[in-house]
Design a protein around this ligand. Structure first.
Ligand SMILES: Cc1cc2nc3c(=O)[nH]c(=O)nc-3n(C[C@H](O)[C@H](O)[C@H](O)COP(=O)(O)O)c2cc1C
Length: 226
């Protein structure tokens, strides 16, 4: 790999992606973000089960969404929807629908998000994808395709949201519910939203988990070059 100085890389990166921004790159990697940001988003961030007492503010959730919403989706469809479960009453409704092993984890979290995809996402596409005339009408009869497209793109948005939550200084703990039909009835009644994941959110206490970091696969194990 061609070696360049950190200073040269900063100049090249800022000129390319953010001419008015100052980026501080701390390490000799090929990253375009600094070490602190790489740690916050990936290297030090853990799936979290242990929470500090600090509340999750509406401003933090807003800030996270205001990043996550820019993650790309097919035809700019943005099918992800979520319920913010804050109250003790709503928490209990959700906990009843979780597998036993995950019940105390939801109980312990300051806030829990219930994620789903809107099967009727096409109804917003006149606004979200305005240059494709009649796109909502085209999708209306395609119910299978809307399940497939809604699920795929909401799953992508889930990844963006997890990283956006970390960007807002929050930690996240994604986990499965036991009864998604029950979750839909409890949190998305009267809508086309199909739930698929639950995400605990808060400020991590310490590392946020007692589990050691599990191994990851290397690039040469996951990618082939052609
Ligand atoms: C889609 C998804 C489903 C998960 N389901 C559960 C779950 O049901 N219960 C649980 O305790 N953890 C669950 N996890 C947490 C993973 O085990 C954890 O994110 C993974 O081991 C990486 O941990 P790390 O971020 O600390 O490295 C889930 C994570 C994801 C992304």
């Amino acid at each position: 790999m061609k070696q360049i100085t950190v200073e040269a890389r900063i100049t090249a990166v800022t000129a390319r992606v953010a001419p008015n921004m100052t980026i501080t790159l701390d390490s000799q990697t090929a990253l375009a973000i600094g070490d602190a940001e790489a740690d916050l988003l990936f290297r030090a961030a853990r799936t979290t089960y242990q929470w500090a007492d600090d509340p999750v503010t509406d401003d933090e959730l807003q800030a996270a969404w205001d990043l996550a919403k820019f993650g790309p989706t097919a035809m700019n469809s943005l099918p992800l929807r979520f319920a913010v479960v804050r109250s003790a009453e709503a928490k209990q409704r959700l906990i009843a629908l979780m597998p036993d092993g995950n019940k105390p984890k939801v109980e312990a979290a300051p806030v829990t998000l219930v994620l789903g995809y809107d099967h009727d996402f096409h109804e917003r596409m006149g606004t979200l994808f305005p240059h494709a005339a009649g796109i909502a009408d085209t999708f209306a009869p395609q119910t299978e395709k809307r399940h497939e497209m809604g699920a795929l793109n909401a799953h992508l948005q889930t990844g963006y949201l997890l990283l956006a939550l970390r960007s807002a200084g929050l930690a996240a703990g994604p986990m499965h519910a036991a009864d998604y039909a029950g979750v839909d009835a409890a949190f998305f009644a009267g809508t086309g939203v199909k739930s698929f994941l639950v995400v605990n959110v808060g400020h991590a206490q310490g590392a946020g988990t007692e589990f050691p970091r599990l191994p990851r696969l290397d690039l040469d194990e996951v990618a082939t070059v052609h």
